[in-house]
Design a binder for this molecule. Sequence first.
Ligand code: SAM
Length: 227
Amino acid sequence: MPTSTARLRALADLVLPDRPMADIGTDHGRLPAGLVAQGRVPFAVGVDLREAPLVAARATARALGLQDDPRLSLRIGDGLSPLLPGEVATVVIAGMGGLRILDLLAAAPAVVARLERLVLQPNTDLPAVRAGLGPLGLGLVDEGLLIERGQAFTFLVAAPGPALAMDEAQLLLGPFLQARREAPFLDWLHAEELRLTRAIEAAGEAPRARLLARERDLVRRALHGLA
Ligand SMILES: C[S@@+](CC[C@H](N)C(=O)[O-])C[C@H]1O[C@@H](n2cnc3c(N)ncnc32)[C@H](O)[C@@H]1O
């Protein structure tokens, strides 16, 4: 199975079916190659900044018999710069820091404006990414959360359009996740409460203890359905 981990499967499920897509920072190339191999998209681009990941992506393509297939294009380049405006409907950027993801989007306004969907899976800085979508002309339209081998992955789905207004708790926890209150989200809230309690203890009298306590308060309110 080319997209065999649950995280990659979740990403694949969020890609618009039957529409061209691009995976920025594709690394092993399993997402675009898997989507083409399964016939779920008519065309996929895998982009990576460095040659070594593209070597791995070409090996993935070869293993799936896609090495000379015009439906799969593997490109070296920075962020969305190897894409033409309107070339793809969905862009996926997964497994990178949130601030880097925002920088990549900000650097390619003409490409971003012509997308139909963005699927983002930042490893860090989720609140900053949620807050940063509006200024880029994007609205948050959906979210997902998956816990795989004890690690939580959050998926943000965005589209060109009006910004979604979010309060402090929604920026921190996710407006869609918070509204749905599904089991993985509640598990994640419990883990966050524990993590923040330990961090508050470790911070002692340091100023950041107050910020951490505020975060824990928002987490606890959400856990009790109050936020
Ligand atoms: C941790 S891997 C994530 C791979 C894959 N997206 C996933 O989620 O499994 C990050 C990849 O992004 C690539 N990358 C980092 N900065 C990039 C940029 N500015 N443009 C394109 N690719 C980049 C790295 O070379 C690396 O292969």
